[in-house]
Design a protein around this ligand. Structure first.
Ligand code: CS2
Ligand code: MG
Length: 408
């Protein structure tokens, strides 16, 4: 069996999804996702110029050897752009394997460990009362877990994932006004004074059963993060996410020494080598990698297995920028993983997105139920894809009140 051709598409409804389609001489094709938010053209180029010319003629069933060829075979290997490109190829090869076996992917991993995988959505508000309304809205829809973010009184501009005005959602995932980023102003002191009390009020209002998550988005210093994690202990968070920038992993030890608040890290990691120590030293509780830019199913499954040895559970990244193909790969891992924790899930549900990526993965009452179709269980409509093209976008940049550049 041979790979005969492969194509890359960039675009989608309100997103720049990077979709790979690998064709074979037996007519079976596989789909993969290389979407790297706001850098989408780069994995696409890596696929077109370097990977696809090498893939043609290879046996698509040898997904392990092809992964090693892409990773070890590249002298300058790894990094988010290359890993997203390898990830797309790897997903597409697993999709082909599942279709050849006539089995959904979770069966190839070891079968189902659960009927539905709990997900969380993003509740957000320009201030605390606005956030309370957003939480109530999601609870009505059956969500059991919510990430909660709100505006901070006195903060000179809206901060991460928070709308400027009451009752608005926020398009913080991509700003399609162009390649030059907007600037957000950040003050850690204001945040530290407001947010623990706000989280306590949320717990009081919604009771003990709601799983409450909160994302600091890499903005605190290690000592501040330790103070924050300790201060929010009585709230009983499901997790505190990215309290500090991820490069300094010793920071997690300081936070751990001062608090039992569960910690979730890893949405920007693209390799097991970036999280193996955090996992082995049990400095985190949830690993947040995404199957797309962690290099695909093959390496992500290794991360999940290592995490399982150390009581670390999964909480795969599933920001709204993720394509339904990457989310489908995660749905199969979530159905299987013995150490599944939770899934961030915001992608499906718009008619345009469903038309581009038809699938029967189902979301009901805050749980995802994986498709039983062979392979990934998601398709790609090339006719629909012609409606879309790449639009340049950017994340904001963050500055402190004195102008110093900070972490977005
Ligand atoms: C975030 C992301 O989902 C999350 O937890 O931290 O929304 C992140 O801001 C985006 O993925 C950036 O593209
Ligand atoms: Mg996050």
């Amino acid at each position: 069996m041979k790979i005969t051709d492969a194509k890359v598409f960039v675009g989608g409804p309100g997103k720049n999804y990077v979709t790979l389609k690998i064709m074979t001489d037996e007519g079976v094709y596989g789909l993969g996702d290389a979407t790297l938010n706001n850098r989408e053209t780069l994995p696409a180029k890596y696929l077109q110029d370097y990977l696809i010319p090498n893939l043609i003629g290879m046996d698509p069933r040898n997904s392990e050897d092809i992964w090693q060829f892409m990773y070890r075979g590249a002298y300058f290997r790894g990094g988010p752009i290359a890993m997203a490109a390898y990830g797309a190829v790897d997903m597409a090869l697993w999709d082909i394997k599942g279709k050849l076996a006539n089995m959904p992917l979770y069966q190839l991993f070891g079968g189902k460990s659960r009927d539905g995988a709990m997900v969380y959505a993003h509740a957000t508000g320009s201030d605390l009362p606005d956030l309370m309304d957003s939480i109530a809205h999601y609870i009505e829809q059956g969500y059991k877990a919510l990430r909660v973010q709100c505006g901070i009184p006195g903060m000179p501009s809206a901060s991460y994932a928070v709308p400027e005005d009451k009752g608005q959602g926020k398009h913080y995932i991509s700003d399609f006004r162009g390649i030059r980023p907007r600037v957000e102003i950040w003050d850690s002191g204001l945040y530290m004074r407001h947010m623990p009390g706000a989280l306590a009020e949320i717990r009081d209002r919604f009771g003990p059963d709601l799983h409450i998550l909160h994302d600091v988005h890499h903005r605190l210093l290690p000592r501040e993060a330790a103070e924050f994690a300790k201060a929010v202990e009585p709230v009983g968070l499901f997790w505190l996410e990215d309290p500090t920038p991820t490069e300094d992993q010793e920071a997690l030890r300081l936070i751990r020494q001062h608090s039992t608040t569960p910690l979730a890290i890893g949405e920007v990691f693209n390799s097991i080598w970036q999280c193996n120590r955090l996992i082995e030293q049990e400095l985190i509780d949830y690993i947040r990698v995404a199957v797309t830019y962690a290099g695909g199913i093959t390496p992500t499954k290794r991360i999940v297995d290592l995490a399982g040895l150390h009581h670390v559970r999964t909480g795969f990244h599933g920001a709204p920028s993720h394509s339904p193909i990457g989310m489908a790969a995660q749905a199969h891992l979530n159905a299987w993983a013995p150490n599944f924790g939770i899934q961030e899930y915001l992608v499906l549900g718009t008619p345009d997105c469903d038309a581009l990526f038809p699938s029967d993965h189902r979301m009901e009452n805050g749980m995802v139920h994986v498709s039983d179709a062979p392979g990934l269980g998601v398709d790609f409509d090339e006719g629909e894809a012609e409606r879309y093209s790449y639009r340049p976008g950017s994340h904001p940049v963050v500055r402190l009140t004195d102008g110093t550049l900070w972490n977005y």
